[in-house]
Design a protein around this ligand. Structure first.
Ligand code: RB5
Length: 152
């Protein structure tokens, strides 16, 4: 069984989430879909970002994907949850390097920025990457975790 992935989107990201969900399952991933499940122009990205981020932080899932209009609001909100390292990645290098060097565990995408085919490549790069645990990356991650602790 492939790892469990949390997936969420506000109204801005809903079209892309609706395409990504079945594609992820067809690829063998089990998907925890936290919504939105239907279009509501008044829904708010922090609600879905928090649901994905909490599932990642609790260990319920190994990685998360959040889609909003730009990916920016989703990343800002998700990074408020301790234990989450979220990044907007609209190029494949960042999508895998963010995991390999920075231990990013939530990928944020902008449905108004990338189309479904690029989104699939970004998600593939993100999900197949692993943190290298090299000394310099461990040291830098530790400093990030120290900053997180100081903020609490
Ligand atoms: C919603 O209209 C839009 O503002 C939101 O999805 C996102 O782009 C925020 O970063």
């Amino acid at each position: 069984m492939m790892p469990h992935i949390a997936l969420g989107a506000d109204h801005g990201g809903l079209p892309l989430k609706q395409d990504l969900h079945p594609w992820l399952e067809a690829g063998g991933f089990t998907v925890l879909d936290v919504g939105a499940y239907e279009f509501n122009a008044n829904d708010d990205y922090p609600d879905f970002a928090a649901a994905v981020a909490r599932a990642v932080a609790s260990g319920e899932v190994s990685k998360g994907i959040i889609v909003c209009g730009s990916g920016v609001g989703a990343s800002v909100a998700a990074n408020k949850i301790a234990g989450v390292r979220a990044g907007v990645c609209h190029d494949t290098y960042s999508a895998h390097q963010g995991v390999e060097h920075d231990d990013v565990n939530v990928l944020c995408l902008g449905s108004r920025v990338v189309g479904i085919e690029l989104a699939k490549e970004l998600v593939s790069a993100f999900l197949s990457a692993t943190f290298t645990r090299e000394d310099r990356h461990m040291r830098r991650l530790q400093k990030v975790l120290d900053l997180e602790r100081q903020a609490q």
